[in-house]
Design a protein around this ligand. Structure first.
Ligand code: AHM
Ligand code: MG
Length: 342
């Protein structure tokens, strides 16, 4: 081990970034620090999931009509709790909660940021020891500072995000976040309990060999998507051979892998679900921001995810996201279908 090697923790990194902007107030660093703290607490419990009683369903049904796992509730409470007791967030929206929670106290009302999160995405995978994650999105408020945050603060286009990120609870635990200055990844060093900069300035390769989609839904997808999936399996595509199919069913793990290695992840609309499954505010917007900042693309098949004007907190959207050249290939199939249907 090289003992002279300088390790930079998440907190040191965000403070370092702040030093480049002498007018910065430190609120965003504070918010990221709070999120990092909640992530560490959730990580401890996720790692014990196979051992303790906390594992399993809590029996209730969330706003999306899905069964809630106990760990979802725990993670939601941790993220909401640290942000509420911190001084950098005016309110939150969570995939687990019906409505926004506005903190509405003297300190929080002065905070300029609001945060949306999916506290534990892919939680149906907890019971089988597959990686899961937390996804978050941070906006600057549009409402008046000094007053409570409003719904408009949360229903902003994704291109207004100030920062977005995710935590992956996997073979190691990582905290990855993006600002307009780029994407950086930090791996949790359990021996010191700190996220340490391990993946500076992440770039999504322009081309990859991985396509990720739920093949079980193949016959429910639109014609263009079906044709693209078939093309992914042919010998003569852009990479010069069939792509590799990888789909865990845990978006954080699937998109994280494709971000690092290059690839495309798709959750298209189906015959039954015209808007797909994934939520714009808690899953698609943050990942679209991260992947675009890393040089990739994200659309709903028609427009950029980041240009969608949300109208509801829990709205869903089809999602196509990943390496630029693979996204362009898909786009060509979608455009051909559009022309044929004119
Ligand atoms: P969740 O928010 O209820 O955990 O669902 C989201 C997850 C994503 O992580 C994953 O990509 C997707 O659902 C998988 O869905 P499917 O099983 O339909 O392919
Ligand atoms: Mg989710």
């Amino acid at each position: 081990m090289n003992i002279n090697r300088r390790i930079q923790t998440l907190d040191e990194f965000t403070i370092q970034q702040m030093r480049d902007f002498p007018n910065a107030t430190g609120e965003l660093s504070g918010l990221l620090r709070d999120l990092g703290l909640a992530a560490k607490r959730v990580n401890v419990e996720v790692n014990k999931a196979g051992l303790v009683d906390i594992l399993g369903d809590d029996g209730s049904i969330n706003i999306q009509g899905e069964e809630v796992k106990k760990m979802d509730v725990y993670a939601n409470n941790q993220f909401m709790g640290v942000l509420q007791h911190g001084i950098s967030c005016a309110g939150i929206g969570s995939e687990e909660l019906d409505d926004i929670v506005v903190f509405d106290d003297l300190v929080s009302n002065k905070s300029k940021y609001v945060c949306l999160f999916d506290p534990l995405d892919g939680s149906s995978n907890i019971d089988v020891n597959v990686s899961i994650g937390t996804i978050f999105s941070i906006f600057k408020r549009v409402s008046e500072l000094g007053k409570p945050a409003t719904k408009e603060d949360f229903l902003q286009q994704g291109n207004k995000q100030v920062a977005a990120g995710y935590v992956i609870y996997g073979s190691s635990t990582m905290f990855v976040y993006a600002t307009r200055r780029g994407v950086n990844g930090f791996t949790l060093d359990p021996s010191i309990g700190e996220f340490c900069l391990s993946h500076p300035d992440i770039k999504c390769p322009d081309m990859g060999k991985i396509y990720s989609v739920n093949h079980g839904n193949f016959f429910q997808y639109g014609e263009a998507v079906k044709k693209y999936i078939i093309a992914c399996q042919k010998k003569d595509n852009t990479s010069g051979g069939p792509y590799t199919q990888r789909y865990i069913g845990s978006m954080v793990a699937d998109v994280h892998r494709n971000l690092i290695k290059g690839g495309i992840f798709m959750y298209p609309s189906t015959v039954d679900k015209h808007k797909g499954k994934l939520r714009l505010l808690y899953e698609c917007n943050p990942f679209a921001f991260i992947v675009e900042k890393a040089g990739g693309l994200a659309t709903n098949g028609k427009i950029r995810i980041l240009d969608i004007q949300p109208t509801e907190l829990h709205e869903r959207t089809p999602l196509f996201i990943g390496s630029k050249i693979m996204m362009d290939e898909l786009d060509a199939y979608i455009n051909t279908e559009l022309k044929e249907n004119k």
